[in-house]
Design a protein around this ligand. Structure first.
Ligand code: ADP
Length: 287
């Protein structure tokens, strides 16, 4: 099956007919199948509205959205919107708040069962989804409410993955998780991406964007101000300040070193920065 790309053409969206304020204004964006896209911008800039449109939860006021061969616009029916949703899985913020079943298996099976899949296919989907989020199969019979915060989050994500979406939207997936759970989850998501899933990651963590994304979409007051690789986005401090974005830690430290007279090649990786610094110090024979 050809994986679906996303094409957003001149999309505007307003939450109310009476509002002059557009939540999204004339957004144009193409996302290639298999991309890992970081969606960034200040609170209220339009990130959630953009991904809700891609998931067919709302329809554009103007313009069109194409996901694969499905196109929706202002007059699309609920049925057309649901066709869009078949390609897309949306992991909301704090998705564990939506866990409801008495055991993990039933919870993860909910989505695939609603798609009308056979019992055998649903069972397999639950099994695969647990593997994808790195949880043991033995958790199936446990109450989701008896698990740790990180495990509950992964069960909730497994519930979305069980429907095998080609495009996965994640809104701040590591919010509130400790460093270990964050690392595990980001590694799981990278693995899904390596297997071909298109990832759309809304985050305020610029280090996550620098490490994982191949494209960054910067939103500001309902406008898409730039879509470019992270190396380009994070190379311009004035652009970052104007759009209320932090620098990744490695970029920030590199700038500080530069101001102190230690000029190193640009990098977004702490490991690469540390290696460069060690090489430089050795070259100067500083212990
Ligand atoms: P972000 O995800 O970047 O924080 P949103 O897409 O949630 O931004 O919001 C974009 C704009 O739309 C903001 O001005 C916000 O106040 C407004 N907005 C978001 N959701 C609603 C809603 N359900 N009803 C009315 N206005 C909304």
């Amino acid at each position: 099956m050809v994986k679906p790309a996303i094409e957003i053409k001149d999309v505007s969206f307003s939450y109310s007919d009476f509002s002059t304020r557009q939540a999204l204004d004339q957004v144009k964006l193409t996302i290639k199948a298999g991309s890992y896209v970081g969606i960034v911008g200040h609170t209220g800039s339009g990130k959630s509205t953009l991904v809700s449109l891609i998931d067919g939860l709302i329809r554009p006021t103007k313009g069109t959205i194409r996901v694969g061969s499905v196109v929706v616009g202002a007059s699309s029916s609920a049925q057309e919107l649901s066709r869009l949703r078949r390609h897309v899985g949306y992991v909301f913020q704090f998705p564990e708040q939506q866990l409801f079943a008495e055991n993990v298996e039933t919870d993860i099976a909910f989505g695939p069962t609603n798609l009308g899949w056979s019992a055998a296919k649903v069972k397999q989907a639950v099994h695969d989804a647990l593997d994808l989020v790195g949880l043991p199969q033995t958790l199936k019979s446990r109450s989701p409410f008896s698990l740790s915060g990180g495990q509950m989050r992964r069960v909730a994500i497994a519930g979305v993955l069980a429907m095998r979406p080609a495009i996965l939207i994640l809104d701040e997936p590591t919010a509130g998780l400790d460093a270990m759970a964050t690392h595990q989850l980001m590694t799981n998501i990278a693995h899904l991406h390596a297997q071909g899933t298109t990832i759309l990651l809304i985050t305020h963590q610029m280090d996550q964007v620098a490490q994982y994304a191949d494209q960054v979409v910067v939103m500001n007051h309902g406008h898409l101000v730039k879509a470019a690789p992270p190396q380009v986005i994070f190379a311009d401090p004035n652009f970052l300040v104007a759009n209320h974005l932090n620098m990744p830690a490695a970029v920030q430290i590199n700038h500080q070193l530069g101001r102190a007279g230690v000029t190193l090649p640009p990098t977004m990786s702490m490991t690469a920065l540390a290696d460069q610094l060690v090489t430089r110090l050795r070259g100067r024979q500083i212990e």
